[in-house]
Design a binder for this molecule. Sequence first.
Ligand code: ATP
Ligand code: MG
Length: 392
Amino acid sequence: MINAFLIKYAEIALKGKNRHLFEDALIHQMKLALEKTEGEYKVTKEQGRVYVHCLGEYGYEETVEALQRVFGIVGICPVAIYEEEGFDKLAQDVLSYMKEYHPGFAGTFKVNTRRANKRFPMESMEVSAELGGEILEAFPEASVDVHQPQLRLSVEIREKIYIYSQTIPGPGGMPVGTNGKGMLLLSGGIDSPVAGYMIAKRGVTIDAVYFHAPPYTSERAKQKVVDLAKLVARYSGPIALHVVNFTDIQLYIYDQCPHEELTIIMRRYMMRIAEHFAKERKCLGLITGESIGQVASQTMQSLAATNEVCTIPVYRPVIGFDKQEIVEIATKINTFETSIQPFEDCCTIFVAKHPVTKPNLNIIHRSEEKLNEKIDSLMEEAIKTTEVIMIQ
Ligand code: ATP
Ligand code: MG
């Protein structure tokens, strides 16, 4: 009987032109998400409400799950639609809806009527009262509570009759596409996919860059990052994943610089290259999965040293999270199982036994000077040979 979904979104902060942009982006993202399901749908915006109409056969679970990945949605209400044929027919339909979805209902309830179709001859209050009476008669154990009902039965009188009583939570946030674009540094770890998810939740479109170091990192390690990008893309929409061959740069730094500084210097080169692609793709910031204190390269001092080479903002959505909190989100968004697959990522191979935890910028600068012009040509080469994979 469910043949539509009413989409609730947080509209309080939305006024004027912004509301329009927000709704259009929301509808666009909903269509993208629904395209991946078996069903066929029509997404409409009518009188400030967004509906998904299911045309023909569709999978209920699959549809709800797809919508639960669209940021900006706070609630999904499954709606049963009936023909509008006057009050008596409406009362019959309400009772058959109740019998189907709340059989033997014995709690407290309230009927809420919205009359968008003013040709309907009764006023909303009257409709609610009459329907309430019908329900009380058909469900003798039920009672009315207008303040804190256990069941809110909504009846919308439009060209047709819309009945719903359940709100399935959505993911919240802002529709992707309403807040600019960012370049995610995506590794095969647990944190960066979560960081990508979190920034996308604020409405930011993302692209990604992965530093690959063959043969030190395997094809499987790269495939794992592609898999993670796909999982993030279920929420964020398409991602252009830049796979940078970082091996020569790493080997050169390994050769020329003190080993305890390796991680910091490598990370500074990652940021420089990521920034190059960010600018090319019109991204307004870089995004990483760093969290203060998690590892040696994520102390405040190390983060400052990494940050120093960036001219655009670096956003770190999980900066204040404990590992456990990040793992919880990774589990929720289904990236955790993939993240813990045991394939080396490039940083784990070139790590020193005793990395500096409080890098001194003057010393780092001096070490980088030793890399001279050769590092520039290696960077150019890495940029030139970067493979871009479109993740849908
Ligand atoms: P993650 O779980 O995200 O891999 P991590 O705890 O392993 O993070 P680091 O390896 O220090 O921490 O990496 C910190 C951040 O730097 C990552 O979250 C990611 O944004 C970026 N990063 C690290 N390695 C790579 C890589 N090979 N390619 C792209 N980005 C990377
Ligand atoms: Mg990592």
